[in-house]
Design a protein around this ligand. Sequence first.
Ligand code: ZN
Length: 256
Amino acid sequence: MSTNWLYRLSWKEVETYLETDSRIIIPVGSTEQHGKFAPLGTDTLAAVAVAQDASRRTGVLVAPPLWFGWSPHHLVNPGTISIRAEILLELLYDMLDSLARHGFTNFVVVNGHRIVNIAWMQIAAERAQRRLKVRVALFDLAYMSREISSRLGFGAIGHAEEIEISHMLHCHPDLVNLKLARDNPHKDQDLYHLDPRDSRDSLCYVPTTVEDLRRVAQETGDTVSGRPRRSSAEKGLRYHQHLVKRLEQILEQMNR
Ligand SMILES: [Zn+2]
């Protein structure tokens, strides 16, 4: 097998793969604004980078990435493409259904769009497990990096903050222009703390509004939440290695 990307293989090669393996990784991200200094594809590129490196080490196939996520709030800036959550749910389910038909039974969905994509992914995964009798693991970059993010001293999860920008500086430094980045330190909100590392009582997540983000842009000069200027490629590398190792562990568990 020359590569682990499904789209590069013939159906015959996929058939051969299925004789000995039933696992596949599906990277999912978004196409949405990430400030004036980072690419619209940040979330998808992050999921793809982790999926690709874990695939190289395990030989597990990677499905074509889903470049879109649920991003209604990020429509504040041009280039953002937001797909409705109910459509994304059906899209992911149809991907799982198609692949399950020929023998894929163990799926790991790698989510680079963090908390916003999780709700519809959970519904699609539950439906697939019940109807298709397959196993679907949801591997979210934020939930799966709580330990390393604390060790690296990363601040709370926001948007285009030091966590995902460090990761981009490691994976795609040519696509980030940190000179244009402005910090917008996370404002603590009463009883609303969305970082998976936070242990305080919190309301559940609801995507913010375009109007809210427009206000942020007026006040701070960009639509960012967090401190991207603290990003570094070195931290990004350690964060990336941690995620790849965790993904390998999940793939190994699914092989038993
Ligand atoms: Zn992002």
